[in-house]
Design a binder for this molecule. Structure first.
Ligand SMILES: *[C@@H]1O[C@H](CO)[C@@H](O)[C@H](O)[C@H]1NC(C)=O
Length: 282
């Protein structure tokens, strides 16, 4: 079954009747990714390739990347973040193209001291330029259990969802001169790294290395898209994510997430954009 990020329920119902389709639906870390960084700190835990962990110690972090490149797609995974004092750690799940004028679509989870909330940082880069940050706190403890994070990237928009709830939509606004990622194929990446200075508001909190190694878990990797090979992309027929947009309910959910949980929005940062916020915001 080709699922969209919000279609977990339908998937569940279907899978009760067709348990075998689960194997088709879910990706395998063994088959689909390469642990390209971290010298053994990234590990796949089961034969089916459903569970992977990344760890970070004082010497190095770790990360994996998809074997395939995609031009548009839907990237979904479940993550359970570093518990306890995770200040200074950053756990990521993102799409990125190579080169100096790269495109990138980010989910980054900034750790915090014990009992304080993680910050979910989202951003979109086009031709090497980002500056489109929106940050959220979450309505649950992302370290207590696995939660589903998904990026939908199609020619009209990028949608970020958390447990099927859209929290951000970045629309294609090329018609008003805002670049949109549409020609550079991207790989999916995930990593756990140390960014004490960036992730703790200028190093306000220190990473507590006595708690290392820090570990984050990834489960049920599911990435499908227009696969890029030999200079062209081939899209699966009738994939729902390719034309996905937010219906009224989806738009209301974005409003809900943004009004209750957004802690930073570049679109309202007048200090940073004294001459007026970027055109895409208005
Ligand atoms: C850590 O928690 C405090 C609230 O206690 C919050 O203001 C801050 O943004 C959090 N830092 C990060 C990096 O999430």
């Amino acid at each position: 079954m080709k699922s969209s990020c919000g279609a977990r329920f339908a998937f569940l119902v279907l899978s009760l009747f067709a348990a075998q389709s689960v194997g088709v639906y879910a990706g395998s870390f063994h088959r689909d990714v390469q642990i390209h960084w971290g010298d053994g700190r990234g590990k796949i835990h089961d034969n089916g390739g459903r569970l992977l962990s990344l760890s970070l110690d004082k010497t190095s972090g770790s990360g994996f990347q998809s074997k395939q490149e995609f031009l548009y797609g839907k990237a979904e995974v479940q993550m359970k973040l570093v518990p306890g004092n995770s200040a200074g750690t950053v756990t990521t799940f993102y799409l990125k193209s190579p080169g100096v004028t790269w495109d990138e679509i980010d989910f980054e989870f900034l750790g915090n001291i014990s009992g304080h909330p993680y910050t979910l940082h989202t951003n979109v880069y086009t031709r090497g330029s980002g500056d489109k940050e929106q940050q959220f706190h979450l309505w649950f403890d992302p370290t207590a259990d696995f939660h589903t994070y998904c990026i939908t990237w199609n020619p009209q928009r990028i949608i970020f969802t958390v447990d099927g709830i859209p929290i951000r939509e970045f629309k294609n606004s090329e018609s008003i001169g805002v670049p949109f990622p549409k020609s550079q194929p991207m790989r999916l990446y995930a990593s756990l790294w140390e960014a004490e200075h960036w992730a703790t508001r200028g190093g306000l909190e220190k990473t507590d290395w006595s708690k290392a190694p820090f570990t984050a878990f990834y489960r049920n990797y599911n990435v499908e898209g227009c696969v890029w090979a030999n200079g062209k992309s081939s899209c699966p027929a009738n994939a729902p994510w390719f034309t996905q947009k937010l219906d009224r309910r989806g738009a209301n959910r974005v409003k809900w997430a943004q009004s209750k949980y957004m802690v930073y929005n570049y679109c309202t940062d007048k200090k940073r954009f004294p001459k007026g916020v970027p055109a895409v915001c208005t």
